[in-house]
Write a protein that binds this ligand. Structure first.
Ligand SMILES: *[C@@H]1O[C@H](CO)[C@@H](O)[C@H](O)[C@H]1NC(C)=O
Length: 328
């Protein structure tokens, strides 16, 4: 009996250890919030302040955006124009599908096979932004983000990303000097993360999207970058919550589908889901434990052991029947 409990505990520890090891980066995302790298509101000059010109301008004045082709949909023309109008001294690059592919073929031919093989076009739209930031530097802005003020103060950092609620970072607005080590790591990691998950939304998020970039960001931070290698973080207040924030956000996500509803539901009910996960996990362990006991007790001859055996056997078989039915 003691031995049974010991096996149960060891099995539990092994299973938990395995599970935690697998989602370790995701767990880290819950505690790594990037506040130590925050671009604080106090260091940002006001929109019309003369202090803006006194700051170094490390990031080249280029705005990158992506779309299928040159025909931008009506609802995004406003935000797009707001960024162009505020930045007459910036170069503007719209990466259409055709231009993006030509660029990858010319500059990063090792990636072309992965790029062409992505099942969802949004994966290419995600990937291309990391490559153009690595190659040219500049500021990437999603088409559904409009500009609320000039981006010049953000040119003062070698690289920056945008923090999202409740955790992680997004890839909808980001800036970088050419060949920054963070974006090098991002493009270098893309082929390894090119996996298919059960839902399209998860596949996109984890292979090229914000989840991918958040995981890369956690790994990158774990290596303790210093000086110009540090990636600074723009927090929601500075992103779009105030009159002095940099961006305005407009609705119209072009690629969300039905599975997104499920994900959002899961995000809202993550405590329940965690609870169910643990319940299922421990039930499975209990079934395994019952098997151990049954096998052991079958060797013993006491009447007590016999009764117990029957009890456990009934439970086990019921569970197995249920499991079998689930698999059909
Ligand atoms: C651009 O793409 C959209 C969406 O696929 C399509 O409806 C439109 O005809 C395309 N425009 C051009 C000029 O090819």
């Amino acid at each position: 009996m003691r031995k049974g409990i010991l096996i149960f505990l060891i099995a539990t520890v092994v299973v938990l250890g395995f599970a935690v090891h697998n989602v370790w980066t995701l767990l880290q995302l819950l505690v790594v919030d990037g506040s130590e790298d925050a671009i604080s509101r106090a260091e940002l000059p006001a929109p019309k302040s003369g202090a803006i010109n006194e700051r170094p301008q490390l990031i080249p004045k280029i705005i990158h955006q992506t779309y299928i082709n040159e025909s931008i949909p009506e609802h995004w023309k406003g935000p797009q124009q707001s960024c162009i109008d505020l930045h007459p001294d910036y170069e503007y690059k719209l990466w259409t599908d055709k231009k993006a592919r030509e660029f990858i073929a010319a500059e990063y031919p090792w990636f072309l096979e992965t790029f062409d093989g992505y099942p969802y076009p949004i994966q290419r739209a995600d990937a291309i932004r990391y490559f153009v930031l690595h190659h040219f530097g500049g500021i990437y802005i999603d088409l559904d983000d409009g500009c609320n003020r000039k981006l010049d103060p953000l040119l003062a950092y070698p690289a920056w990303l945008r923090r999202t609620d409740p955790t992680g970072i997004s890839n909808d607005a980001m800036g970088s000097i050419p060949r920054h080590p963070f974006f090098l790591k991002a493009i270098d990691s893309l082929p390894n993360y090119n996996r298919k998950w059960p839902l399209p939304y998860i596949t996109v998020m984890a292979s090229t999207g914000p989840l991918f970039l958040s995981v890369i960001w956690v790994h990158y931070k774990n290596a303790m970058p210093e000086g110009n290698d540090v990636v600074r973080i723009l927090f929601p207040d500075e992103y779009n919550h105030h009159t002095w924030s940099f961006f305005t956000h407009h609705l119209g996500n072009s690629w969300h589908s039905n599975d997104v509803k499920l994900i959002f539901w899961m995000r809202e009910h993550w405590i329940l889901i965690t609870f169910i996960g643990f319940t299922v996990g421990f039930s499975l362990l209990y079934v395994i434990y019952s098997f151990c006991i049954r096998n052991r007790q079958n060797n013993g001859k006491s009447r007590f052991a016999f009764t117990r055996t029957n009890f456990y056997r009934r439970i086990s078989q019921k569970d197995i029947e249920l499991n079998d039915r689930h698999e059909v």
